[in-house]
Structure formats: C-alpha cells, structure tokens
Design a protein around this ligand. Sequence first.
Ligand SMILES: [Zn+2]
Ligand SMILES: [Zn+2]
Length: 252
Amino acid sequence: MATLLEIIFLGTGTSGGVPNVSCLTDPAQSCHVCLSAVTDQSRKNMRKNTSLIVRFRAPDDQPGARPRNILIDCGKTFYESAIQLFPRYGIRELDAVILTHGHADACYGLDDLRQWTLNGAIQNRIDIYLASETMNTVQTTFPFLVDAINATGGGDVATFKYHIFEDNAPFSIYGLDFMPLPVHHGIYFTTSKPYYCYGFNFAGVSYISDTNRIPQDTKTRMQGKTDIFIIDCLRGKMTRKERNQTVTMAAC
Ligand SMILES: [Zn+2]
Ligand SMILES: [Zn+2]
C-alpha cells in the first residue's frame, strides 16, 4: 500500500487570483483585501490558482528513495508557484499530473511543464490523468501538447502521455489509488446541463476544488473514506461542525 507523506497547497485562490489588478489600480483604493495582499506583512493573502502537490511513497520504493510527487491541476499561476515552492520543498520530478477540469485555472500552466521534459531536463515525459471531456478541452486549447506535429517555431513543447479516467472507477498511480468524485461546477450556458469538475478521494483525503453542488452518489463515495475534507468555499455555507472539520479554499 502507498503511504501518504504530505500535501502541499500551491495555491488556494480564485480563478483570477488575489489581488485583483482592478482593485490595485482603483483611484478610490477601497478594497482592503487586495491592497493588503501586496504589503510585506500580509503577503500571504496573495492567492494563486488552486492546486495541490500530493507526496507519497510507493509500496515498492526503497527506504530513503525520494518522495513521489503528483500535481493536481496546473493552472495560470503554476510557474509562479513552482519557482517559489518547489526548491523550498525539494520537489523536482513530477510522477503524474491530474486535472480536475478544463478551465484556465486548472490547466493553462501545462505549457510550462516543457521545463521538465525538454531534452529530458528532469524526465522524458509526464503522465497526465484527466476525464475525456477535459481531454477534448486540452486538445482544442493546446493542440501542440497533444501532438507535437502541431507545434510551430522551434518546436519546444512538453512531452506528455495522457490517461483518461472513468468517472466511476478508481485509478492507481504508483500504488496510490484515486477515486474520482464528480461534482457540479456550474452549467453549460448553451444547454443548462451541469458542467462537471472532478475531486478525488485518496489515502483518506477528499479533495474537491471547484463545485457548487455535490451529487448524492459522490457524497456516498466519500463516506467512511474521508479523514480530511478539502473543499473550495468561495460562496459556500457550512455548519460550525463542518467548518471545524474542513480545510477550505477559494476557487473559481
Ligand atoms: Zn479586491
Ligand atoms: Zn473552473
């Protein structure tokens, strides 16, 4: 069985990030949150896109081997988070990337992963786990990251191997099992049908970064398997008991 070592938040902010430029440049200077985020004493209020590093030991890893690193989401601010936190925590290899959905704050940093795979700088390829709908978005947004034949210029693009997960079946990465937690993340404005984002249950952690409704089936999937519940809380309401047991983030 894999052993979870630690989880590191690369960001806990909104899709746009905090501070908001419109607040910083507002002549009225009335938004105390954004203005305080750029002061030395409140710099922790500067929030990047929501993202997580999961560090664990695989069942057959030798004692003393480096921790395995899985990145959940690689959004617009990934590069900034990585240069700040990866050296601090000794994170170098990425054993996999999991994408929760296809929005900009979850996957617009994928291009920066070229720094890992170009000429095998750190590794030859990165495995990406995603739902089929997210794959369609990546294909449309970054055709050169799906097939390098679509690259232009010098052709310096990242090398990925994509793995599509089913929304009702667990998948395993180096012995760590991830159960997808499908949740509503708003709607398609053309059809009014729900747009799905995926949380994940792994090693007693349930991580849901972008939702406005959790279907009953998904709640049932988490029951009895959740020691730590991490959930976005941009406009949420919780009881005091739920709040005490929950790590909250602000996502889009
Ligand atoms: Zn503001
Ligand atoms: Zn989103």
